[in-house]
Design a protein around this ligand. Structure first.
Ligand code: MLC
Ligand code: AMP
Length: 504
């Protein structure tokens, strides 16, 4: 039997073809009954442009209903979907094209010229846009009379590659299979109680696990309606929340809602489930949200490489500051440095295994081997403890990582770009508490003496190579970086030194 995720999801679509899938601002809704035809035609158009099962399709496109159809079309055609953050620079995208070697690159119309140049250098077969009134993927799809049937896939066939940066500064592609995604989809649907009567407010970006997989798979696997918003804006979310039964967001969404005067208990009344993840939800945010709305936010924990691993319960106690229990089918342990299970209550590295855990990093077997224990557990790099009942609390990170507004920024990647700027001898990048983004990317830079360093000019220099959310909010020029006796830079000292710069 085929285990194509598209087919597994489609088996749960409502029988009524006029049931709404995407409820779109300023436009007609996209109905469940339209999904099959639309995705079949896009699949046919991709095939006409040379993409065959197993080939990669890289997409750097704005959030739109068409972009969602493109994702589903890739699944049904057995193509490997590779979504890219729209904030990535040309330099970053060039790397992804070289690395993923896709058959097709779907870009924004405004980027077409540059996209063709970099795709040409990377040997990409075709560059397409979604919609531009001529020669686009959707024009080709409109002409396709009938699409191919859903392509048979097994659980271990690749469905998507999602790039995450790394502690070395080099991005790596996490390979996710149909089986990884479908196991998580159905576990989450059931664990969080999604049914056809749910209405999910969707304001997340759709190039990450959170917005693309967690949110859409819960909706599609239960046949529920999605209020589709292009991006998160507190006022817009508040306007539609009274129709919603569920919302998913990063902690910044919840702090922004609380900071917006129009957000009241009434705004949240119909919502049975507010879910938070991708970054730590502060206990004070959980408490303030409950005080205002009477609702306890459900916090869960996940990663690109594993999808969702832990969640607070739907029924039962949701405890602020914890991420709950291992999801059904997922095994989670707290380990010491050698991978031995640590006693309950002690802090160690969080490791997990299960059908949700990815199959490795694209074309990086050594890196893959490094991140797995011999018994198959994946080493997350997050520090955590587990209580006697199995409830997990994330206490920190073993990996050098800053999470800003739910987006990961690896300091090494930013440091490499800073160090390449004229006049810079060395740099250290670290996270400092930020009232809006949770952590603010911050840099300390030492000059090499050849010229005076100007933080503004450095930021302009970084814009060429780094997506905007990775760029430091503040750069400090310092005489030297704090080091320990071994010569290692002390980021904790830097974090302490600048602790109040965003909050003070
Ligand atoms: C935007 N900016 C950010 C930022 N997003 N800066 C730091 N951190 C961020 N996350 C900057 C831009 O560079 C720009 O700067 C300015 O803010 C305005 O840009 P914007 O696009 O208008 O910002 P805004 O719409 O306010 O976006 C902020 C946000 C968004 C928090 C709403 O980033 C967001 O939706 N984040 C969610 C990310 C997410 O889905 N993560 C899930 C990863 S999956 P300037 O200087 O140009 O003005 C994962 C696994 C799991 O982690 O467990 O889920
Ligand atoms: P990403 O690689 O973008 O998928 O981000 C995954 C990382 O986000 C994890 O390794 C954690 O560090 C962090 N993360 C996700 N959810 C939570 C959470 N609820 N609390 C704390 N950190 C989280």
């Amino acid at each position: 039997m085929s285990e194509n995720l598209y087919a597994l999801l489609a088996a749960n679509f409502p029988d009524d073809p006029s049931a709404v899938f995407l409820d779109i601002e300023n436009g007609p809704p996209l109905l469940y009954g339209e999904i099959d035809g639309r995705t079949a035609r896009i699949a046919a158009a991709l095939s006409a442009h040379g993409a065959a099962a197993g080939d990669r399709v890289v997409a750097q496109v704005e959030k739109s209903p068409d972009a969602v159809m493109l994702y589903l079309a890739c699944l049904r055609a057995g193509l490997v979907f590779v979504p890219l953050n729209t904030a990535y620079t040309v330099q970053e995208v060039s790397f992804f094209l070289e690395d993923a070697a896709p058959a097709v690159f779907v870009c924004r119309e405004a980027d077409r010229e540059t996209a063709e140049a970099i795709a040409g250098r990377a040997g990409v077969g075709a560059v397409l846009t979604l919609r531009d009134g001529g020669g686009s993927l959707l024009d080709a799809a409109a002409e396709a009379r009938a699409g191919p049937p859903v392509f048979a896939r097994q659980a271990d066939d690749l469905a998507a590659i999602l790039y995450t940066s790394g502690t070395t500064g080099m991005p790596k592609g996490a390979m996710l299979t149909h089986g990884n995604l479908s196991s998580n989809a159905f576990v989450l649907r059931d664990y969080w109680g999604f049914t056809r009567s749910d209405v999910l407010l969707h304001a997340l970006p759709i190039f990450h696990v959170h917005g693309l997989f967690v949110a859409f798979h819960c909706a599609l696997a239960s046949g529920s309606r999605v209020i589709f918003q292009k991006a998160f804006a507190a006022e817009k979310a508040i306007a539609r929340l009274p129709e919603a039964t569920a919302m998913m967001g990063v902690p910044t969404y919840y702090t922004r809602l609380l900071d917006t005067p129009g957000f009241t208990a009434g705004s949240a009344r119909s919502v049975r489930l507010f879910i938070s993840g991708s970054a730590p939800l502060l206990e004070e945010t959980f408490a303030a949200f409950e005080a205002l709305t009477g609702k306890r936010i459900l916090e869960r924990y996940g990663m690109t490489e594993v999808g969702m691993a832990c969640s607070n319960p739907l029924v039962g106690e949701r405890i602020a500051g914890t991420v709950g229990f291992a999801l059904p089918g997922v095994s989670v342990r707290i380990a010491d440095e050698a991978g031995r299970e640590a006693p309950r209550g002690t802090v160690g590295v969080l490791e997990m295994t299960g059908p949700n855990v990815f199959s490795g990093y694209w074309r990086l077997p050594d890196k893959t081997a490094e991140d797995f224990r011999p018994d198959g557990y994946f080493i997350s790099g997050d520090m955590a403890r587990m209580d006697e009942a199995g409830r997990v609390t994330i206490v920190g990170r073993a990996k050098d990582l800053v999470i800003s507004g739910g987006l990961n920024v690896y300091p090494k990647e930013v440091e490499l770009c800073l160090d390449a700027l004229p006049g810079v001898r060395e740099s250290a990048v670290f996270g400092v508490a930020h009232p809006d983004f949770g952590e603010g990317v911050t840099a300390a830079v030492v000059a090499d003496g050849s010229m005076a360093l100007d933080p503004e000019a450095m930021l302009t220099g970084l814009a060429e190579s780094l997506a905007n959310f990775k760029q430091p909010k503040r750069i400090f020029v310092v005489d030297e970086l704090p080091r320990n006796a071994m010569g290692k830079i002390q980021k904790k000292t830097l974090r302490d030194r600048y602790t109040n710069i965003y909050t003070g």
